[in-house]
Design a protein around this ligand. Structure first.
Ligand code: FUL
Length: 624
């Protein structure tokens, strides 16, 4: 049987007052003693915690899937393994462009389909000639896995591999022991020669081989190979670290328990146990009291939501206009990350070997949307830890009374997932008004509700499995996705409504809504935007040149606001666009205090990234 850290019981001496009868924590797995009462089971369930790798993985939240391979060139979703390796011919493969694009969009890890079901290997494996080695790409000397690894190292991105157990090319597939050996060899190459691997992704597809026999995978050995070579990697889907959410639509469960009764598919007992409970990966209830009452064991097995940005997993030119819209991506985010799941968003490189312009433009919008929403938490002291018993409530003050429409709450999952039901209220016009309620929390729960401006919020833990440990809360303002679809969405005030009140010649280029045109100038310069009417503003945006490291990219600056164009109030102290040399995403700067009744906004570049007074400004914008 598979032995794992999950079978260890971690004994933690906690300080008093946590309210649990027993202070043991169970890492990854707990088996209930025979005859345990529901109360005992629930108490144990509350003390089930993730392994360190699972916890680190849950904190990543955003991972990108890269489906790329033979299917990219055959226009198929599943190849049959009979493809000619000569068809694999990217014309300008640029793994760095993939990683840069994804990094700028907030992704923390990428997972590449090193081998899909067609058996074509994207690295020069010794196990088969059905690989890049037999393709014309780089005269057979190419290695996609290595190029991506290097790009990931350069840009500080974590790296994972998808290796399909189902192989429609390998002649020994179906001859179980022989194919298992080949598969372990492939796994060994990937986990030995490419540095640290953070996630190993196996789907469960399984079929008959050319001999007509159904392949039986040796999960135990696959598992041990990963443990031996990459002990910190999580094993996903056909693994016991990360659970498939159950659909490819980007839709998590509103009630999502990481502590679940679903036995991972790699365990021999999985089928019998799961069918006895009447559950599978699609079931809605995988962790309620009712289902725990019937179960013998529980797993920390958090959910991953995999979905493609396009209709297919692989690139198809005919889908260039069917890239998911910003509202769709925003919904996916709230229904995955916001539902205690990690989001694995697929962005398939095209036949050049680049992320297509339509996908990268959409990813930039998505990143701007997330940045606009989450860069400003309106709660004062949001990370005050709180040990909450069922029925307990805590009030949170705000930093301002600007409208918000998103509530965030996180449990300290290193002390278990416990909250079963909670409510959020806002104090408006002298009374508490309920703005939302939810069930589970776990690593993160986001609630959306109509805009509300309040001085205080109140979180009530209505039901919990013992004392819940609330780690952090937040109140945010998500802009309307409808207004963010255009490339000019770096400014909350449409650029057409802005004017240049004063500035050197050519400064109109900074409000023309076109990122490719810019203003360039030398020395002491002031650019004054006229908002045309008095507005309450919360920040401004500087859009630098697209190319990283362009001389003139502003590094130090001042920004001042005025009602009349004569008296100026500084909005930012020692303005500095940190790290702008390497990250050229538009800089959205939020002021420490909202500025009321602003008609004019003055931007003064002081120094560029090379210490010179030569400046390039592509666009400026205003944040409301
Ligand atoms: C499935 C595969 O069959 C699809 O082609 C895709 O790779 C998806 C993520 O996993 O099992």
């Amino acid at each position: 049987m598979i032995q794992k850290i999950g079978y260890l019981i971690l004994l933690l001496a906690l300080g008093g007052g946590c309210g649990q009868a027993n202070r043991e924590y169970y890492v990854k797995h707990v088996r209930f003693p025979e005859g345990a009462s529901l109360e005992e089971k629930i108490d144990m369930a509350a003390r089930l915690v993730p392994s360190p790798s699972q916890k680190a993985w849950q904190q990543l939240e955003l991972t990108a899937f890269l489906h790329f391979g033979m299917n990219t060139f055959t226009d198929r979703e599943w190849g049959d393994g009979k493809e000619d390796p000569a068809w694999f011919a990217p014309t300008g493969l640029d793994a760095e462009q993939w990683v840069r694009t994804l990094k700028e969009s907030g992704f923390k890890m990428v997972i590449l389909t090193a081998k899909h079901h067609d058996g074509f290997c994207l690295w020069p494996t010794k196990t088969t000639t059905h690989s890049v080695t037999s393709s014309p790409w780089k005269n057979g000397k190419g290695d996609v896995v290595r190029e991506l690894r290097e790009a990931c190292d350069k840009h500080g991105m974590k790296f994972g591999v998808y290796l399909s157990p189902w192989d429609r090319n390998a002649p020994c597939y179906g001859d179980s022991p022989r194919y298992n050996e080949l598969f372990v060899e492939q796994l060994t190459e990937l986990l030995t020669n490419y540095g640290e691997i953070h996630e190993v992704w196996f789907d469960g597809a399984c079929a008959e081989g050319p001999n007509g026999k159904k392949q039986e995978y040796d999960w135990q050995t696959f598992y041990e190979t990963i443990q031996r070579l990459q002990p910190r990697a999580v094993m996903a889907i056909m693994g016991d670290d990360v659970r498939w959410v159950g659909n490819e639509r980007g839709l998590g469960r509103e009630t999502e328990w990481s502590a679940t009764v679903l036995t991972p598919g790699i365990y021999a007992r999985a089928e019998a146990q799961n069918s006895a409970l009447g559950i599978n990966q699609q079931s809605q209830d995988l962790g309620s009291r009712d289902i725990i009452a019937k179960a013998d064991e529980l797993f920390w097995y958090p959910s991953e939501v995999d979905v493609s940005i396009r209709p297919g997993w692989f690139y198809h030119a005919e889908e260039d206009d069917r890239v998911k819209s910003l509202p769709e991506l925003a919904d996916i985010y709230f229904q995955s990350v916001g539902y205690n799941s990690a989001l694995l968003l697929n962005v398939p490189p095209d036949r050049r070997g680049r992320i297509h312009e339509n996908d990268s433009a959409r990813l930039r919008e998505f990143a701007r949307y997330l940045q606009a929403t989450f860069s400003r938490n309106h709660i004062a002291r949001p990370d005050r830890a709180w040990d909450a018993k069922a029925g307990a409530a805590r009030e949170y003050g705000t930093t301002d009374t600007l409208p918000v429409n998103v509530w965030m709450v996180q449990e300290d999952i290193s002390r278990g997932q416990r909250v079963e039901r909670f409510a959020v209220e806002a104090f408006v016009n002298g009374q508490w008004t309920k703005i939302g309620e939810g069930t589970t929390i776990g690593h993160k729960r986001l609630l959306r509700f109509p805009e509300i401006a309040a001085e205080r919020f109140r979180l009530t833990i209505l039901e919990s499995r013992g004392t819940a440990h609330i780690k952090e809360v937040g109140a945010f303002h998500a802009p309307s996705t409808g207004t963010l679809t255009a490339e000019d969405s770096w400014s909350d005030i449409p650029v057409e409504e802005l004017r240049i009140s004063d500035g050197p010649q050519g400064t109109a280029a900074v409000i023309d809504g076109d990122r490719s045109s810019c203003w360039q100038g030398e020395g002491e310069t002031e650019i004054i935007l006229d908002l045309q009417t008095e507005r309450d503003i919360t920040g401004f945006v500087y859009v630098p040149p697209i190319e990283a490291g362009t001389p003139g990219t502003v590094y130090r600056y001042d920004c001042l606001a005025s009602r009349d164009g004569r008296t100026w109030t500084p909005c930012v102290e020692d303005g500095e666009f940190s790290n702008i040399m390497y990250n050229t995403a538009p800089r959205r700067v939020r002021f420490s205090r909202a500025q009321r009744g602003v008609r004019y906004l003055k931007f003064i570049p002081r120094e560029d990234i090379q210490g010179n007074r030569h400046f390039t400004i592509n666009e400026l914008g205003v944040l409301l």
